[in-house]
Design a protein around this ligand. Structure first.
Ligand code: ZN
Length: 490
């Protein structure tokens, strides 16, 4: 195509960083100034002022009517019922009974399976539910080989080339002694809250159809060593599954620490790594040559979540934390990071360690234990909405661009160092309208400029690649955007 397409809503917003006109594209290298001006005028606007304090980039995407309706149906009462039902199994410890019909991990797994099957009934056959079982060999936190079972609901997408988005909560629970599988381990917050969010999303998403495939996974064996998610992520990797985003919801049940610190009921933390866990020595060498410590795919995923899920429909702010997880700790997203997939972890803004991994007891008048009475179900509903807005936007919009490189040899007529030529592979998304190059100062936490370049696969810009960061995102005919891809050396 030789036409630039106007893919960004809103008026022109020229900003100091770029003032950019496209110098050339695949079809229009050496093209007219009018063409360049047309591309420039399609630049997107910065988002409207948001709630909260988080910096939001140029990708602010307002929920459409269908998404708003789904978010409005997230039900705190149903989330509470799920958490209380999970607590009613007494313990969900990985080593607890797998056959007792009322108590233990087996009964809880059966109940979750039934819930997801009920959700799938509304999907017209697009959602399938499976138990994914494997035997975990004995190890430090597993004294005997133990069967571990994930329950996975997959809502199959319609895209020609499958891309997948995964959301998890973990079913297992624990008390003070990680090997104690007999005492009550209610696990209301850790991680009944995350499981409740996943079940609620499966129920609400099932009637809908998306280009992207959504995987709602209730994983197991987390407390013993992330075993369930490690198996799931490894299975996906060996199957060649293109996971373009994964979120762990682990401890998302309360906004107040109940310990005197101020509550923060409209914030959820999102822990996200910079340099990828899976980075190879060769990739390290490239990164050291070109930069990008703050531009791993997980960081782009977090920026996307802020752009699409901090709004009046979620009534939430996302406090992004540039750290893989809490200090010295981990959750199921790490399993996906280890397989090279972009992933991050949602967790509540405050923690009260009297309620985490504790024997249920009263000491000096203080109640210890992970009990439902310490959960805030309206807060869990808001966190569920943050997840739902993010997953919807990922699955409904175009896939993350692939094959994105900065060409080190400029095209003829553009020699010299003060230009940058970008090149990528065109995606096969049905509604693909074109691409936006995004830019920012290297020190900015979010993308600050967007330049619509049309349905092309290369562009040359009058900006030295030494001084700024470039990214690329796809835009569809409805104006939905993909997460940003970060270029490697071409
Ligand atoms: Zn947990």
């Amino acid at each position: 195509m030789t036409e630039h397409e106007s893919t960004g809503p809103g008026p022109t917003r020229r900003q100091a960083l770029t003032g950019v006109a496209v110098l050339g594209t695949a079809a229009t290298l050496g093209g007219t100034a009018a063409q360049a001006a047309a591309a420039d005028s399609a630049g997107t606007t910065a988002g409207a002022p948001g709630i909260g304090q988080s910096p939001i980039g140029v990708g602010r995407q307002v929920p459409d009517r269908a998404l708003r309706e789904l978010l409005a149906h997230v039900d705190p009462a149903r989330l509470e019922a799920t958490v209380r039902k999970l607590v009613s199994f007494g313990t969900r410890h990985t080593l607890s009974s797998q056959t007792d019909p009322a108590r233990g991990i087996g009964a809880a797994t059966d109940w979750v399976f039934a819930q997801l099957q009920a959700a799938a009934a509304a999907s017209g056959g697009r959602m399938t539910v499976e138990r994914q079982s494997f035997v975990q060999p004995a190890g430090p936190r597993i004294p005997v080989p133990t069967t571990i079972t994930n329950v996975i609901a997959t809502l199959r997408g319609t895209a020609a080339t499958e891309r997948v988005y995964v959301v998890t909560g973990h079913l297992d629970s624990r008390v003070t002694d990680v090997l104690n599988f007999t005492d009550d381990a209610p696990g209301a917050d850790d991680d009944g809250s995350g499981v409740a969010a996943v079940l609620e999303m499966a129920r609400l998403f099932a009637p809908h159809s998306f280009p992207g495939t959504l995987v709602f996974a209730v994983v197991a064996g987390e407390e013993q060593g992330l075993f369930g998610s490690a198996f799931l992520a490894a299975q996906m990797k060996s199957a060649g599954t293109d996971v373009q985003g994964m979120f762990s919801n682990d401890i998302v049940g309360a906004s107040s620490a109940w310990d005197g610190t101020a509550p923060d009921p409209h914030t959820v933390r999102l822990f996200v790594e910079g340099v990828p866990t899976s980075e190879t020595p060769a990739q390290t060498a490239v990164r050291q040559s070109v930069g990008g410590e703050n531009d791993g795919p997980s960081r782009q995923l977090a920026r996307f979540a802020q752009d699409v899920a901090v709004n009046d429909a979620t009534d939430m702010d996302i406090r992004v934390v540039w750290r893989r997880d809490r200090y010295l700790r981990g959750s199921d997203h790490v399993s996906f990071l280890q397989q090279g997939y972009p992933a991050a972890r949602f967790t509540e803004p405050r923690e009260n360690f009297d309620h985490e991994h504790q024997d249920v007891r009263v000491e000096n008048g203080v109640q210890f234990g992970d009990l439902p009475q310490f959960c805030d179900f309206r807060y869990i509903a808001r966190v569920t909405r943050v997840n739902a807005a993010t997953l919807w936007s990922l699955a409904a919009g175009p896939g993350t661009p692939k094959g994105f490189v900065i060409l080190t040899t400029p095209p003829p007529g553009f020699s010299g160092i003060n230009t940058t030529t970008l090149k990528w592979t065109r995606g096969d998304d049905a509604g693909l309208a074109g691409y936006e190059v995004v830019l920012r100062e290297t020190t900015s936490p979010v993308w600050t400029e967007a330049l619509a370049v049309g349905d092309v696969t290369t562009v040359t810009l009058p900006i030295a690649k030494d001084n700024v960061q470039f990214g690329l995102r796809a835009v569809d005919v409805a104006g939905l955007r993909s997460p940003v891809a970060f270029p490697t050396v071409g």
